[in-house]
Design a protein around this ligand. Structure first.
Ligand code: COA
Length: 383
């Protein structure tokens, strides 16, 4: 793949609403108060445990998150609901994932000085697809006016790096010359806002990457893709059991609704955060170092790491660099955006690359459910 494919530009869609930790904790604690009142006699009888309040201090210390962008605020902060309100759209309307994707793709195209006519394919790579078919990518392709083809893929938090590798391989093989890889993530819709352990983790966003064959003429600086490595290793520590068989396995709709809205539902995101932390750090740092050795990279100028946990990123970067990373070496967007699944590392790249000199080398790195991890080394060009 060396130097035959470039990352020509990235694009970003930021949702219109934000929720601070204090606002989120306020809603969660109000819900806890109601739940404890409703279960007062069972709590007094020792049949169920009282729910404990959440705290902004814990959230910031344990994760580094201060705020998150969301597609809907009111439903999340409504203590009688605790979930975003995203009304279903008609079949003749653009779907919400496609709408976010189109904005991110148009941003990437404009930055690269390209139009839809310059693109051959669209890959939508994200954690949660809102329907089975037709593929969101085909809808995005249609909305943008791209000829060629589109398809969806999901590797949870690693979807962007896996999508990039798939696109780069197709460009190298000659299946396409330019491909948009887009990561629309409405993580708030798969987050359990009634779960104290994780109610603060996620936010919504969409990112796009335009990959092109290196021999296409261009005037702007881009990133050469030096190599992309992918790895998966099965784990139950991050899981979401929502799927098309849930309704079939449920006795009736009331039972399914009760299961979907229960505070401990498995039909939303669930994780063993501590175990993930311990497993991922060695897996990812080993992978980065091995990939650097393979590519004979001795100096790394920037690490655009998956944005799930600030402490985890510090530890990974320290293992790789041999010292605590500076804000320039490992930029953080998690504080403002929270965990945006596959999009997180791409947001970091999008917002923190302009200052890199020609020849500078950066790492785009994802990790998450599966487990899955991807490392992509990029070199800044002069033009
Ligand atoms: N508010 C206040 N206290 C809380 C809390 C909250 N919202 N949630 C948990 N706590 C408490 C726990 O009850 C526990 O209390 P105890 O020590 O008295 O038992 C304590 O804080 C520590 O809980 P723990 O779950 O061990 O916290 P943690 O330090 O592991 O941080 C995560 C939790 C989720 C932030 C962290 O584990 C993490 O980010 N892991 C990596 C996850 C990841 O990358 N996932 C990928 C997702 S795509």
């Amino acid at each position: 793949m060396r130097s035959s494919v470039v990352l020509a530009a990235t694009g970003l869609f930021t949702p219109p609403h934000a929720i601070s930790n204090d606002e989120l904790v306020g809603a969660y604690n109000a819900w806890v108060g109601r739940w404890n009142d409703q279960h007062a006699s069972q709590i007094a009888a020792g049949e169920v445990e009282a729910k404990q309040p959440s705290s902004s201090e814990f959230i910031e210390k344990a994760s580094g998150i201060r705020s998150r962008f969301v597609m809907d605020r009111s439903g999340i902060l409504d203590v009688t609901r605790m979930a975003p309100r995203l009304p279903r759209r008609g079949n003749d309307e653009l779907s919400i994932l496609a709408e976010m994707s189109v904005v991110a793709c148009e941003d990437a195209l404009a930055r690269a000085g390209r139009t839809a006519a310059d693109v051959d394919a669209v890959i939508v790579a994200c954690s949660n697809l809102q329907r089975a078919y037709p593929a969101i990518a085909v809808e995005v392709q249609h909305a943008l006016g791209v000829r060629g083809f589109g398809f969806d893929m999901n590797v949870a938090c690693s979807s962007a790096t896996f999508g990039l590798r798939a696109a780069a391989d197709m460009i190298t093989a000659g299946s396409a010359r330019a491909i948009l890889v887009v990561n629309p993530e409405i993580c708030s819709a798969h987050l359990n806002f009634k779960d104290r352990d994780c109610h603060f983790i996620f936010g919504d966003v969409a990112t796009a990457m335009l990959l092109e064959h290196a021999d296409i003429p261009r005037e702007k600086p881009v990133f050469e893709i030096l190599g992309a490595r992918l790895e998966t290793s099965f784990s139950n520590n991050i899981r979401n059991n929502l799927g098309f068989l849930n309704r079939a396995e449920s006795a009736d709709d009331a039972e399914l609704l009760a299961r979907m809205t229960a505070p401990d539902t498995d039909l939303l995101f669930v994780q063993e955060g501590r175990k993930v932390f311990k497993d991922i750090i060695p897996m990812v740092s080993r992978m980065i170092v091995a990939h650097m050795d393979e590519l004979r990279i001795e100096k790394l100028d920037r690490m655009w790491l998956h944005q799930a946990n600030l402490n985890m990123n510090r530890l990974i970067a320290t293992k790789v660099l041999g010292h605590e990373p500076s804000a320039e070496e490992a930029p953080v967007v998690l504080d403002r955006f929270a965990n945006t699944s596959s999009a997180g590392s791409v947001i970091a790249l999008h917002l923190h690359h302009e200052d890199l000199a020609p020849g500078a080398i950066g790492l785009l790195c994802s990790f998450g459910a599966g487990y899955s991890a991807g490392t992509v080394f990029l070199r800044r060009t002069a033009s």
